[in-house]
Structures are given as structure tokens and as C-alpha cells.
Design a protein around this ligand. Structure first.
Ligand SMILES: [Zn+2]
Ligand SMILES: [Zn+2]
Length: 346
């Protein structure tokens, strides 16, 4: 089967690899329909983070169940499923508390290769999200909306939930990548009245507005803080979604928050240390982490997509097939695409 492989920094190519097989009774084999490139893939693509060379890549997809292990009863061959990057077991303390991204029952074998024709998915019984019908029952746009539920829409939602966004709040969203843009959708879904998107790219500003942003702030650092404080009559935001992960972004997030607000962070932290004393002087809460993909998809997001209430699939601004996987990465790397879509099979 054909699958995308990381060869070395700057080089991803489609290679013929053996089709994966069931290894654990909790596994399922999926035939991938659509997959995509993630902003987080760029860390190893650019050589900023380490990744073993010659390994299959990708962690977001939708597909059709082809076969299941003996302990998988919730999905069966032929079912259409969202394949999250998380693999919650559904019954440990973390999963039961709604934090399936931190499942305490991981099997040690890392699952990779969502950007390929077939995928072995672990903890398939609970973690996979079944979608009604067949791919042909959905429009192209709907399939893209469903695909975002594998990661970016769920991660954006996790930022909003972690920041405790509630009705009529004023919310600041840091980051205009696909996750930040989905954070705008999530803030609106949770009833925010005013959504200030921090973005300095015109294509992303437009999409942020289409998703519900009421204000755009293009400045960064101290100028961004001044702009938000002035937009909020000196108060700061009721909730802040931090979807970048750099030191500057976290620092700005804390500074634009009003006293007592919570910063919900989903940007993967780039630096190990931060001065938490700044939180103390304004009673700021800081929480967040790996998204609860299966929990939030099941409880809120799948329904919102199926009803057509949200259209997160608009973050896919360029499409490719596996033979052009290298171009899909280049488009993301050069910011020519907000997010690159991969059409794997029809
Ligand atoms: Zn991702
Ligand atoms: Zn678990």
C-alpha cells in the first residue's frame, strides 16, 4: 500500500509499504478516505523537533473500518469513522473524567501513518467515532468538516473549554493557524459575544471573521496587549485561547486576560519554563493540554457538524493526493495553504 514517509527534514514522499495487520485484539484496520497535514507536522518537517527517519507520518484521518480485533464491538467492518490522533480506552480514570487525550492505558506502540491508504488504529473500540452512512452520503464540504474532528476542531474546542468560555464572554484567540481558527468556531459555539482574533495574514483574518470573529488584532507583543486592552475598555478578555505555544504567545495571552480569567492553552509548549508569578497578581488561571477528541466529538462536535451548525472544513484551502504529498507539505511550510487536505480514496 502507498503511504507518506518522512525521509529527512524537508523531505516527505509516498512509498510502498506492507499493509498493516491487526496486532492487538483492541486494534482496527482502517481504509483511509481523507487525511491532512497538521501544523505540528511542520516541527519535524523543518528539523526543529526530532523524528526517526523513514517513518510513516500523519495523525488525522477519516476512513472505513476494514477489519477489527476480537475485543472491538462498537464498530464493525464497513462503518465510516473519524480516526482521532488520540487513542482513549474509554474506561480509565482519565477517559472517564473526559480527558481521553491523557488516557492512562496507552499501548507502547505508537500509531503513525494516517497519511496512507491503510492504518492500524489502537484502542479502536472506544476511541473511533462512528459516522452514520457512507462517504457517498456526504458532500465534499461535509467530508472536510468531519475530517477536522480528528484533531484541529477538537483541539480548538479544547482550548475554549479549558478557558471556560461561556455565554456573552469576550474572548481572545491567539494563533491564526487551523487550530486557532477552529478556536474561533468553538468560542462562538459556546456563546461568546465578542471574539478578538489575533491574526496578521489576510486570508486567515477573512476566515476568522467568517467563523465568528468580531475584531481582528494584527499586532504582536506589547502592541497586541495595548490593542486588546483598548478594545475591552481597559478590562481585558474574559477568556483567552492560546493556540500557538511560543513563549511570546503565552505571555501575551496572560497579559490580555482580565483579572480572574482562564487562559486555555493547546499550543504545544516550546519552552520548559515560564514565570508563573504573573498569573498570581491577576488571579489568572492557566490550563489546557492534549485535546479530549473522542469525548468532545461524541458530546458536541459531531452533532454540530452533521446539523451544519459549524463548517471547520473551510480550513482546508488546498488539496492533494498521496502522489503529491511533498507539495502538500511545501504548501503548509510556505503558508500557501492554511491546511493541506489529502484525498486518499473516494
Ligand atoms: Zn494535528
Ligand atoms: Zn483511557
Amino acid at each position: 500500500m502507498k503511504t507518506a514517509v518522512f525521509v529527512e527534514p524537508g523531505k516527505v514522499e509516498a512509498q510502498e509499504l506492507p499493509k498493516p495487520e491487526i496486532k492487538q485484539p483492541t486494534d482496527a484496520i482502517l481504509k483511509i478516505v481523507r487525511a491532512c497535514v497538521c501544523g505540528s507536522d511542520l516541527w519535524w518537517y523543518r528539523g526543529i523537533s526530532d523524528r526517526p527517519k523513514n517513518t510513516p507520518v500523519g495523525h488525522e484521518a477519516i476512513g472505513i473500518v476494514e477489519s477489527v480485533g476480537s475485543e472491538v464491538t462498537d464498530v464493525k467492518p464497513g462503518d465510516v469513522v473519524i480516526a482521532p490522533f488520540t487513542h482513549g480506552c474509554g474506561h480509565c480514570a482519565a477517559c472517564l473524567a473526559g480527558f481521553d487525550g491523557d488516557c492512562l492505558n496507552p499501548s507502547d506502540d505508537e500509531v503513525v501513518g494516517y497519511q496512507g491508504e491503510y492504518l492500524r488504529f489502537k484502542n479502536a473500540n472506544w476511541a473511533l467515532i462512528k459516522v452514520p452512512g457512507q462517504p457517498s452520503d456526504y458532500t465534499d464540504d461535509q467530508l472536510n468538516d468531519l475530517l477536522t474532528l480528528a484533531d484541529v476542531m477538537a483541539t480548538g474546542y479544547h482550548a475554549a473549554a479549558s478557558a471556560e468560555v461561556k455565554k456573552d464572554d469576550t474572548v481572545v484567540v491567539m494563533g491564526d493557524g487551523a487550530v486557532g481558527l477552529c478556536g474561533v468556531i468553538a468560542a462562538k459555539l459556546r456563546g461568546a459575544k465578542r471574539i478578538i482574533a489575533m491574526s496578521r495574514h489576510e486570508d486567515r483574518q477573512k476566515l476568522a471573521k467568517a467563523f465568528g470573529a468580531t475584531d481582528i488584532v494584527a499586532e504582536r507583543g506589547d502592541d497586541a496587549v495595548k490593542a486588546v486592552i483598548s478594545l475591552t475598555d481597559g478590562a481585558g478578555a474574559d477568556a483567552v485561547l492560546e493556540c500557538v505555544g511560543t513563549e511570546q504567545s503565552v505571555d501575551t495571552a496572560v497579559k490580555v486576560a482580565r483579572p480572574g480569567a482562564v487562559v486555555g492553552r493547546v499550543g504545544v509548549p516550546q519552552k520548559a519554563d515560564m514565570n508563573t508569578n504573573n498569573l498570581f497578581w491577576k488571579n489568572i488561571g492557566l490550563r489546557g493540554g492534549i485535546a479530549s477528541v473522542t469525548t468532545d466529538d461524541r458530546n458536541i462536535l459531531l452533532d454540530a457538524v452533521l446539523k451544519g451548525d459549524i463548517h471547520p472544513g473551510k480550513v482546508f484551502t488546498k488539496r492533494f493526493d498521496l502522489d503529491h504529498i511533498a507539495d502538500a507539505y511545501v504548501a503548509m511550510d510556505k503558508r500557501e495553504a492554511i491546511k493541506s487536505l489529502l484525498i486518499v480514496s473516494q
